[in-house]
Design a protein around this ligand. Structure first.
Ligand SMILES: Cc1cc2nc3c(=O)[nH]c(=O)nc-3n(C[C@H](O)[C@H](O)[C@H](O)COP(=O)(O)OP(=O)(O)OC[C@H]3O[C@@H](n4cnc5c(N)ncnc54)[C@H](O)[C@@H]3O)c2cc1C
Length: 330
């Protein structure tokens, strides 16, 4: 019997199990899939360099990921142009300088200071859409449909939700202020390698779809498929959506205040598409491209890597992600 069962072999579960392993505590990790990493998954088939299909960047110099980067001596790559934003609107491409000269695009930059004031006045959950409705001077010029689309897409890809669903305080949380200069750094060998290293020497069981967690006087019994696992303690790192779905039964049921907290949290949707082209048709200084299209934000997954392949990644959130997610995969 393991001392601890860790449910989920994503970054959170592996971090917990690794920490226990380092301290000589025996842990068994259970995951429904046949691989570690969860929402981090690297493709090594699309290009000579890694292409991230899930988590891609190490966002800032304060994040915990750096402790693994140092521990496992992982190499990192910076994109030379980070973050140079091009814009596609009114059926043309604007480079970063031209886009900044568009009065309505520049206005979006002032949103953070406004959001701070609004969050103090109306509370953190006042929606960005409602706030925009009251900021009559927000747009220096009458906004075109594309201005509005750009704004919607800028928020949807950043917050994984539409303007109506994001509280004004979300804008303040999602800035990189104080995170250092390296807000878009990648792992040279990909996230899958780093998570694979973290999983080394751990007891990870794959294909273990947990469906019930029963607490008893002397420990816990976790049921996964037809098997069950016993231990003294359990650490649950299941995604919020899985817990909210009720697919995993808790016995005794979770206390009311915990359930209320789980229900009051929201997780948005994001999606990614990687497209490989015959040749690179973009300028060398292109890094990010914000568009008015449902595919929202584009970038070069190979930027900074040696022998960059002509691949672009689209990254989108909110209702566009819902829509793409429901499309058939073949
Ligand atoms: C497209 C995309 C891009 C992202 N980009 C970035 C980025 O650039 N930088 C960044 O820092 N973060 C990024 N993130 C977020 C990051 O990927 C996640 O925050 C992180 O991977 C979550 O780790 P986790 O361990 O909490 O959850 P998960 O990785 O989701 O792990 C949970 C694990 O639980 C398992 N599981 C689910 N249900 C069961 C069950 N019933 N029984 C057993 N196991 C189960 C799953 O298989 C999974 O392995 C991105 C996420 C996505 C989806």
């Amino acid at each position: 019997m393991a001392d601890v069962i860790v449910i989920g072999a994503g970054a959170a579960g592996l971090a917990a199990a690794r920490e226990l392993h380092d301290r000589g505590v025996e842990a068994t990790v259970l995951d429904a899939r046949d691989r570690v990493g969860g929402r981090a998954m690297t493709s090594y088939d699309l290009a000579p360099h890694p292409v991230e299909l899930g988590a891609e960047f190490v966002h800032g110099e304060n994040v915990a990921t750096w402790s693994w980067i140092e521990r496992f001596s992982l190499e990192t790559v910076d994109d030379a142009n980070q973050p140079v934003y091009f814009t596609y609107a009114e059926e043309r491409l604007w480079n970063a300088t031209d886009a900044a000269r568009r009065p309505n695009t520049a206005a979006v930059g002032s949103i953070e200071a406004r959001a701070r004031r609004e969050a103090e006045r109306r509370g953190p959950d006042y929606s960005i859409a409602d706030a925009l409705g009251t900021w009559i001077d927000f747009w220096p010029q009458d906004p075109s449909d594309d201005d509005v689309r750009l704004l919607r897409n800028a928020f949807a890809e950043l917050h994984a939700a539409d303007l109506e669903d994001v509280g004004i305080a979300g804008i303040l949380e999602a800035t990189y202020a104080g995170d250092g200069d390296r807000t878009h750094c990648r792992l040279a060998d990909g996230y899958s390698v780093s998570l694979g290293r973290a999983a080394q020497d751990l007891d990870v069981r794959f294909g273990a779809v947990v469906h019930s967690i029963a607490w008893q006087e002397d420990g816990v019994v976790v049921h996964a498929g037809d098997s069950h696992f016993e231990s003294k303690h359990a650490i649950i790192t299941l995604p919020l959506g899985v817990i909210q779905s009720g697919e995993v039964m808790f016995d005794p049921p979770l206390p009311a205040e915990k359930l209320a907290a789980i229900e009051s949290l929201g997780a948005g949707n994001i999606g990614k598409i990687a497209l490989r082209f015959r040749e690179q048709f973009w300028e060398e200084d292109f890094s990010f491209l914000l568009t008015t299209l449902p595919t929202q934000l584009w970038w070069r997954p190979g930027e900074g890597h040696r022998g960059e392949s002509p691949i672009l990644t689209a990254f989108f959130g909110g209702r566009d992600a819902d829509r793409f997610g429901k499309m058939p995969h073949d």
